[in-house]
Design a protein around this ligand. Structure first.
Ligand SMILES: C[S@@+](CC[C@H](N)C(=O)[O-])C[C@H]1O[C@@H](n2cnc3c(N)ncnc32)[C@H](O)[C@@H]1O
Length: 284
């Protein structure tokens, strides 16, 4: 596809090819992938436009562009995703961190501001992005990261190392099954919340992500019910639960918390105006 071309012509060829495959963001995608292959900042591409990449770089770029043309997410192709101020290693064993989850992190940071070292349990941790950011940006102690997937735990541990977030314990656990008898000030979770019906209509990119990171039984409500059923035992007095919401089911999820004795149930909207985060205080 890219025989003896320079950066400018390679980008144009890739953009036209990706557009022909129906990708809306063909230009930025082509640029991000080339800057990853060349190991340079994307902003440097225009300055280097007449430079000719090596044969190895050209064939790697072709491979990346072919993968993207099949709708594989960029984060899996380049092997990392940006979240808050940090970079996270990702592969097909973990869900790619999303911008809306940054609101979950910010909400927990806001809650913990001025408090003396909160303890934290991150359920359904995936890449570990939530707990790693909280360890770096907040004043937490006793941070526990858990996930049912052993491969996700491996990646979460790597991400903690990469970002020097060293005060975190990792536990493979089906929600609370292995959490033992610890109690926490904060339980945070971005659980799988897509119903089987919703899953059928998701973008092709999402089909590359682990299905068990996305889909939940009981019309997407399974994990909210499981968290509510168990959280009481793992929360300190005045402990708080923060969950990311399936925006289509926000009212049903709120009802699950309220009908289980949680009070001060608050919903925070995302930048698109969708109900995205739920904060619930423990019953007394
Ligand atoms: C939507 S992803 C969230 C990942 C990460 N917290 C984030 O926000 O990017 C949901 C995660 O839940 C995990 N998971 C699925 N079923 C689980 C279970 N029964 N117990 C614990 N974790 C589970 C998946 O492995 C996946 O990592």
């Amino acid at each position: 596809m890219f025989e003896s071309e320079n950066i400018y012509t390679m980008l144009k060829t890739a953009e036209i090819f990706l557009e022909s495959k129906g990708l809306f963001d063909a230009k930025p995608d082509a640029e991000v992938l080339l800057s990853s292959v060349l190991k340079i900042k994307r902003s440097k591409l225009p300055i280097l436009r007449s430079k000719k990449p090596t044969d190895i770089q050209r064939s790697r770029y072709e491979h990346y562009i072919l993968r993207r043309s099949k709708r594989e997410p960029i984060a899996y192709i380049i092997g990392f995703a940006s979240f808050m101020y940090f970079e996270f290693k990702v592969n097909k064993d973990v869900f790619i961190p999303r911008p809306e989850t940054e609101i979950l992190v910010e909400s927990v940071l806001e809650f913990s501001k001025g408090k003396n070292k909160c303890s934290l349990l991150d359920l359904c941790a995936g890449s570990g992005c939530i707990a790693v950011c909280l360890e770096k940006l907040g004043r937490f102690r006793n941070i526990v990261v858990s996930d049912i997937s052993p491969n996700a735990i491996i990646i979460a541990k790597e991400n903690a190392q990469i970002n020097s977030a060293l005060n975190i314990d990792f536990i493979e656990s089906d929600i609370f099954s292995n959490i033992s008898d610890k109690v926490f000030d904060v339980i945070v979770a971005n659980p799988p919340y897509v119903s089987y019906e919703e899953y059928k209509f998701l973008e092709p990119e999402l089909k590359y992500e682990p299905q068990n990171a996305l889909v939940a039984r009981d019309n997407g409500l399974f994990f909210y019910k499981k968290i509510v059923a168990g959280a009481d035992k793992y929360l300190k007095k005045d402990g708080v639960v923060f969950v990311e919401l399936n925006a289509n089911k926000a009212e049903s999820i709120k009802l699950i918390f309220l009908s289980n004795g949680y009070k001060d149930v608050e919903i925070i909207k995302d930048y698109a105006g969708l109900s995205r985060i739920l904060i619930a205080r423990k019953r007394h």
